[in-house]
Design a protein around this ligand. Structure first.
Ligand code: FES
Length: 315
């Protein structure tokens, strides 16, 4: 019977040649990292083949794509994609103490679902100088009221409040919705509602604290990976990916364009005539190559159904 010799520790007899190397090692009780859940979208399950590479099935299309992107040599294989035809000897590569802990306690299994989402970032302009010129407890009180008001706008439009960063908010749209168009409509509707609510909040701030806020909101749509991340005792559902970074940069650029709500061209293409646009400008986004066309959104031409009740959405 063929065997898989792993890390010089264990020799596993393999009856079923349909199993992948990852299934074989896990089946033998060996902690084996697999951050993407076995979908050829990470490199944590990779192994180095030490003997008999000829006893492996060739790379499939998914593994080939990732191996080319990462520049893997022929001796590096993704355990989740590789099946044997005879005995092999190999070594796991992502195996320090913490990796093994993550692999064995299952926290890595909560990471990694590909989704197309609309991502919204908002920020209060010149917040630092505002905070410096007001009493800390007043700042806390005002921020609490601000987050509540803006958070309501996100939840009202089927959004998920991903996190607060100082005075900034990151929100995700599309977790509950069927299509990227719906996700964009929700995100833009939430952004417009936030600007609307800001007017009411500013009336209160002017009266009570002799101040008012201006905010910038950026919306982008794209592919992200969503999942629980963080320390096992404080995990948080979030999204990561380049689309998140782009949304954040668009929010920063709203200051340069001088608008309250700006969307990427990808969002504009999806929304088409469903939105009314104001200023449009090609902008160099920090850390990104080339120019990106950003468009101000001033209104929607369609009714976007609101959530029946405000709820903290947990996907
Ligand atoms: S588990 Fe992610 S590529 Fe194998």
């Amino acid at each position: 019977m063929p065997t898989v010799d792993l890390d010089r520790e264990k020799s596993i007899e393999v009856e079923d040649l349909e199993l992948t190397l990852l299934q074989i090692s896990r089946g033998a009780g060996i902690p084996h990292a697999s951050a993407c859940g076995g979908h050829a979208q990470c490199s944590t399950c990779r192994v180095r083949i030490l003997e008999h590479p000829e006893h492996l099935q060739p790379r499939n299309a998914k593994e080939t794509r990732l191996a080319e992107a990462k520049g893997f040599g022929d001796d590096i294989r993704l355990a989740c994609q590789t099946r044997i035809t005879g005995s092999v000897r190999l070594r796991r590569l992502v195996i320090d103490e913490e990796d093994l802990q993550i692999a064995s306690d299952g926290t890595a299994q909560t990471i990694g679902k590909d989704r197309t989402l609309a991502i919204l970032f908002s920020d209060i302009r010149d917040f630092t100088s505002f905070a410096e010129s007001h009493l800390p407890y007043d700042v806390m009180h005002i921020l609490g009221r601000y987050f509540r008001t803006m958070g309501d706008a996100v939840l009202r439009h089927h959004g998920y409040i991903d996190k607060y960063m100082g005075d900034g908010i990151m929100a995700l749209f599309g977790l509950e919705r069927a299509t990227p168009v719906e996700a964009c409509l929700d995100a833009v509707a939430a952004g417009l509602t936030m600007l609307d609510h800001l007017g009411e909040l500013n009336r209160y701030l002017t009266k009570q604290f002799d101040t008012e806020f201006r905010i910038g909101i950026g919306v982008h749509v794209g592919s992200v990976i969503v999942g629980e991340m963080g320390h096992p005792r404080k995990m948080q559902f979030t999204a990561i990916g380049d689309a998140v970074n782009v949304a954040s940069r668009i929010e920063s650029a709203t200051k340069e364009i001088g608008v309250g709500l700006a969307v990427s061209d990808d969002v504009r293409v999806l929304l088409g005539d469903a939105a009314r646009y104001g200023v449009s400008r090609p902008i160099n986004l920090k850390g990104k190559t080339g120019e990106h066309l950003l468009s101000e959104v001033v209104g929607l031409e369609v009714d976007v159904p609101e959530a029946a009740a405000l709820s903290t959405l947990v996907p």
